[in-house]
Design a protein around this ligand. Structure first.
Ligand code: ATP
Length: 455
């Protein structure tokens, strides 16, 4: 794995994974842009999550709610009142910082001075104005988590799918938080993507499902290539527990800057649906909620056995896509010493995450028959639907291998003179991890590639 963030940042920029946002204007703190390879990696990680959360289960539905919502959503979710971090100002160097890691004596992160203010609450939501009239009522917020869109659509999903408990709703999308101190590359940013599942169950079955999802989510991260020894659980307790949570387990990963949260799995009880439902008094809610004077929908489900309406409990595995991508890159980053004494950098991505699946390289860039066969193979492989297949005509195969090691392309295929002269059109297939080369007849290449990526 990568030892420092710097080596990752530099590879990401050099090869087109991630760039500083607004770079040509001097940058913008806490905002990053994903380049040609970064977007492929991101899409592959999202697709893997969606496959495992929605397609491979029969009790989860998908959703894509709006980022901008009625401000009452945040009034009743509790974000308007409590979505804050403690902040201190330094009188000496004038910087501002989060104070939740500071103990009794507060020390400036920047200059070490103890001449700092008392902590005060800073709300992390971005406020924005909606419509052409700017007045006291015309504001709302950019969503600070995707979850609220799931709760507000609970009735729509139940009514349109006839779901009964237990079942879940999954969503991937952007979230925004005005972090006081964004840092550590894409680890803590102001605009990021989350992959969230809200899994609804009967009260009393919540603890069993919480335990299930903690285990399932850890296994998923292992399936994305993270090593067991680089994952830890943290049981969140006391003051660190969010106001809505009965218990939370954070899944931590060993990032270059240390073990930090990758995903949180929270037991949110009946807090959220109970907060957003109308007729709260009918349900005997277990969570303490603000009285709702605006909701028009009953966010409850009929328990047929008991013949009554019930607000379900909810288990939430909430993962950061950007943090996930950083974890996967950290883990994949490998520097290897080769027998000839040189070193190579390889990103050992799991095949399903690799931004480029196969690179096809003609040995000679101006030999028409070689070029034609290489292009034909590219088109054939592209149609398999595995992801990006790159036809790359630079005429320098050695350099191509090095570049594709560095961006984690699992397979390189070279088309050479043998391929156009010999019977069966043999092409050379080179493996990223072993660097072994084998010869495969061109007609067998699609089957070979499918077998490699599907197994
Ligand atoms: P932290 O304590 O690190 O601020 P959090 O506990 O506030 O995180 P949650 O509200 O549980 O985070 O959000 C769920 C997930 O969303 C996190 O596990 C993380 O992967 C991701 N996430 C949250 N805030 C950010 C951010 N500022 N930048 C990138 N990802 C984030």
């Amino acid at each position: 794995p990568a030892k420092t963030m710097d080596e990752l940042v530099s590879l990401c920029k050099r090869r087109g994974f991630i760039f500083q946002g607004s770079e040509i204007y001097g940058g913008m703190q806490g905002a990053y842009d994903y380049g040609p390879l970064g977007i492929e990696l991101k899409n592959n990680l999202k697709a893997a999550w969606w496959r495992s959360m929605v397609y491979e289960r029969d009790d989860v539905e998908g959703l894509d709610a709006a980022i901008i919502q009625n401000k009452n959503v945040y009034k009743y979710s509790g974000h308007e009142d409590t979505f804050t971090d403690p902040m201190v100002d330094c009188h000496e160097c004038k910087s501002r910082m989060r104070a939740d890691h500071m103990k009794d004596i507060k020390v400036c992160d920047n200059c070490g001075s103890t001449n700092v203010t008392e902590p005060r609450d800073f709300n992390l939501m971005f406020k924005t104005n909606v419509g052409p009239m700017v007045n006291e009522e015309s504001y709302t917020y950019l969503r600070p988590e995707t979850a609220q869109g799931i709760f507000t659509n609970f009735k729509n999903v139940v009514d349109s799918t006839s779901r009964a408990l237990p079942f879940g709703i999954a969503q991937i999308g952007k979230s925004f938080r005005n972090e006081i101190t964004p840092r550590n590359f894409i680890f803590r940013v102001r605009e990021f993507e989350q992959m969230e599942l809200e899994f609804f169950c009967k009260p009393g079955e919540d603890e069993k499902w919480h335990e299930f999802w903690v285990g399932a989510r850890k296994q998923w991260w292992l399936d994305q290539g993270l090593a067991e020894e680089n994952i830890e659980f943290e049981y969140v307790t006391g003051d660190d527990l969010a106001h809505y949570s009965k218990s939370t387990v954070d899944i931590l990963y060993k990032f270059p800057h240390g073990f930090e949260e990758l995903e949180g799995v929270a037991n949110r009880t009946d807090y959220d649906l109970g907060s957003h439902t109308k007729a709260q008094e009918e349900f005997g809610l277990s969570a303490k909620v603000k009285k709702n004077e605006h909701s028009t929908a009953k966010l409850a489900i009929r328990d047929l056995e008991a013949n009554k309406w019930e607000v379900p409990f909810c288990i939430e595995p909430s993962a950061g896509l950007d943090r996930g991508l950083l974890a996967v890159m950290t883990e994949a980053y490998t520097e290897e010493e080769l027998p000839n004494g040189s070193t190579r950098t390889v990103l050992k991505f799991k095949p399903h995450l690799a931004p480029i699946k196969v690179a096809i390289m003609p040995l000679k860039k101006n030999k028409p028959e070689i070029v034609a066969l290489a292009k034909e193979l590219k088109n054939k492989l592209q149609k398999l639907g595995l992801g990006r297949i790159l036809y790359e005509n630079t005429g320098n195969v050695g350099k191509g291998y090095r570049r594709h090691d560095e961006v984690g392309t699992p397979i390189c295929v070279t088309v050479d003179f043998d391929s156009i002269e010999k019977e069966g059109a043999p092409v050379t297939v080179r493996d990223r991890d072993t660097m072994e080369q084998i010869v495969v007849p061109a007609a067998d290449l699609p089957a070979y590639v499918i077998n490699y990526f599907i197994n």
